[in-house]
Design a protein around this ligand. Structure first.
Ligand SMILES: Nc1ncnc2c1ncn2[C@@H]1O[C@H](COP(=O)(O)OP(=O)(O)O)[C@@H](O)[C@H]1O
Ligand SMILES: [Mg+2]
Length: 588
């Protein structure tokens, strides 16, 4: 467990930022610091400029300044004013330039890094084993990928601002301390004491807020997901109010926490501003009461006020804001680190995975399975059966009997607690083929057609191919599988044929057509084993029968495992098993 403090946070961030992004990071930081310095330059020219205007005296009237100016080639008062003006305009331009560039760079940086991190977390989360997936809550992942990465990006921006403020304070304060400027020293000591007091006061509160925020972001997404995920039941039972009340509660909590953080980060400013302006007022009073002002006094005086008001105060405040905001969200940021650190197994190039030669049988040997290894609650107990190549296998059972569990075991998503699954005598979880785990080989050879197929917002062609490899589509094969899955006549009737977009932007496919795309996808993949898990549940009887007919007519070297809770759908099968009380009964 990492200690959640700023030091670890910076170290860890440096580790997860990729090399080329580090360059962006440093460049942005550099421009941030320079935008601060250019602001200083601007102020240091603005001060004499203003003093020159509001005082009827000019620098020109001061003997030793004039001598120096003349040495520089400035001939009279007007030239001096013009020069000051030009410098002022120049410094405004410079300041503008640095500010714009640093804004652009920081946005660019957080755009790229945010995108890197969100996508990396998404990818790594998808790569986690199924057994881990079913145990965790997807709302934690979604909040990480969306909200928490954004929090992290804002924190990095706050960090830029903090470093800018620290460097500016340092640049301004060190020469002033050197010159023993009492006013700055007093100011520095008193603000440090005040900010120190705030830090001690709020540290604990921020820590608690941070923990609660991270928890409530997850909770909020969980409520949303559950609500929209069970919308059918909600409508039927008129439960909208229950869900929206739960949502309102977590949302309110989250907003309260954010408001609390914001209050903490803004309050010191109000106190310190009060303190400093009292201070300035006293200073002004003292100086005008006891001293005649000449232009160099006035310059110093305006300079100090501007310096405090435009540089030091905002810097102090920014350092505090950055510290408190980062501190107040640190748990969310560490959640991101945890998600980024998810380990993923070795990657195999899909095209390099050898083809499975499934010749003899898939055998389930003394297989037992339970979801929670601590309980005695076996979903499947001591199961033995085999499937031969080309067989049509029907699996039936009531809802909750364990059909999907059995399928997940066949797919290698779940690992049996006892017993083994053997393909031609090879244990899918233990053996290797040409140095590739057998499980990868096995998965390449099987396809799964679920109740609801995922169709991407893309062409029919790409939805059938549906593979990340860059290989171009084999048109001949495409037509062939479309014919086998009985989609061809339909596709041909579309004006754009295989290039028709499906999904949100394109045509909507009927349930039967969607399932056929699933079958076409499996055939295009070259699967020798196709598993249908309640694939025809959502279809009307007529469509189901038509689909069953096509499944039945698939090539005889394809093994089919068909899961349903309706016996009538299994008339095309060679063998039928029924799952009941964790056991298999052979019906056929
Ligand atoms: N991820 C899980 N964790 C714990 N129990 C589960 C999980 N998934 C399913 N179950 C339980 O396993 C049993 C079988 O579920 P399942 O295989 O989905 O049944 P079927 O597909 O036959 O309807 C059910 O009692 C269900 O509650
Ligand atoms: Mg099921």
């Amino acid at each position: 467990m990492l200690k959640k403090d700023l030091k670890v946070l910076i170290k860890k961030s440096w580790l997860i930022i990729k090399e080329r992004r580090k360059v962006n990071f440093l460049l942005t930081l550099f421009f941030f610091i320079f935008s601060g310095i250019s602001e200083l330059i601007f102020l240091s020219i603005l001060t004499p400029f203003i003093a020159n205007i509001i005082n009827n005296q000019s620098f020109w009237d001061i003997e030793n300044i004039r001598i120096r100016l003349e040495l520089l080639g400035i001939k009279n008062q007007n030239e001096l004013s013009l020069l000051l003006f030009l410098f002022l305009i120049g410094s405004i331009g410079l300041n503008l330039f640095f500010k714009l560039i640093s804004l652009r760079l920081s946005l660019e940086f957080s755009k790229k890094l945010g995108n890197d991190l969100s996508s990396e977390i998404y990818y790594k989360s998808l790569k986690q084993p199924y057994e881990k997936q079913i145990k965790r809550n997807s709302s934690d992942l979604i909040s990480g990928i969306l909200a928490k990465v954004n929090t992290y990006m804002s924190s990095i921006n706050l960090f830029f601002l903090m470093i800018r403020s620290i460097s500016l304070t340092f640049i301004v304060v060190s020469p002033l301390i050197f010159y023993n400027s009492k006013i700055i020293l007093i100011l520095l000591v008193s603000s440090s004491i005040l900010y120190g007091a705030f830090i001690t006061k709020y540290k604990r509160k921020l820590k608690i807020n941070s923990f609660e925020i991270s928890k409530n972001i997850n909770l909020q997404i969980k409520v949303l997901q559950e609500g929209f995920g069970s919308i059918r039941d909600i409508i039927i039972d008129s439960n909208q109010l229950i869900y929206s009340k739960i949502f309102k509660k977590t949302n309110y909590k989250l907003r309260t926490l954010n408001a609390s953080n914001e209050f903490i980060s803004e309050t010191p400013k109000i106190y310190i501003e009060g303190l400093i302006f009292t201070f300035i007022a006293a200073f002004v009073y003292g100086i005008t009461r006891f001293k005649e002002l000449d232009i160099s006094d006035l310059t110093k005086f305006i300079g100090i006020i501007l310096l405090i008001q435009r540089i030091l105060l905002p810097c102090f405040q920014q350092i505090f804001i950055s510290w408190s905001r980062i501190k107040g969200e640190i748990d969310s940021i560490f959640d991101i680190f945890e998600l980024i650190d998810q380990k993923i197994g070795h990657e195999f190039d899909l095209s390099k995975i050898p083809k499975l030669d499934f010749k003899k049988e898939i055998r389930f040997k003394d297989l037992s399975f339970k979801y929670n290894s601590k309980t005695k609650n076996y979903i499947l107990k001591n199961i033995n059966f085999k499937i031969l190549p080309g067989q049509r296998i029907g699996i039936i059972g009531e809802t909750g009997a364990g059909k999907s569990t059995l399928i997940d075991l066949i797919l290698g998503l779940l690992t049996p607690n006892e017993g083994e699954i053997l393909i031609d005598g090879k244990n899918i979880h233990l053996e290797y083929l040409n140095n590739v785990p057998y499980l990868n080989v096995w998965r390449k050879a099987i396809s799964h057609v679920p109740q609801s197929i995922f169709l991407s917002d893309d062409t029919i062609e790409n939805n059938i191919k549906f593979s990340p490899d860059n290989q171009s589509i084999n048109k001949k094969r495409l037509v062939e599988v479309a014919k086998q899955s009985q989609l061809f006549t339909f596709i041909k009737s579309l004006p754009n044929g295989f290039n028709t977009i499906v999904g949100e932007r394109g045509i909507n496919l009927s349930g039967g057509q969607r399932q056929r795309i699933g079958i076409a996808r499996a055939l295009y993949k070259g699967s020798k084993i196709i598993i249908f898990d309640e694939a025809t549940n959502a279809l009307d009887t007529y469509t189901e029968e038509a689909l069953l007919e096509s499944i039945k007519n698939l090539s005889s070297d394809i093994t089919i495992i068909f899961v349903t809770h309706r016996l009538a759908s299994l008339s095309f099968c060679d063998r039928i098993f029924k799952i009941k009380n964790g056991n298999l009964e052979f019906l056929l």
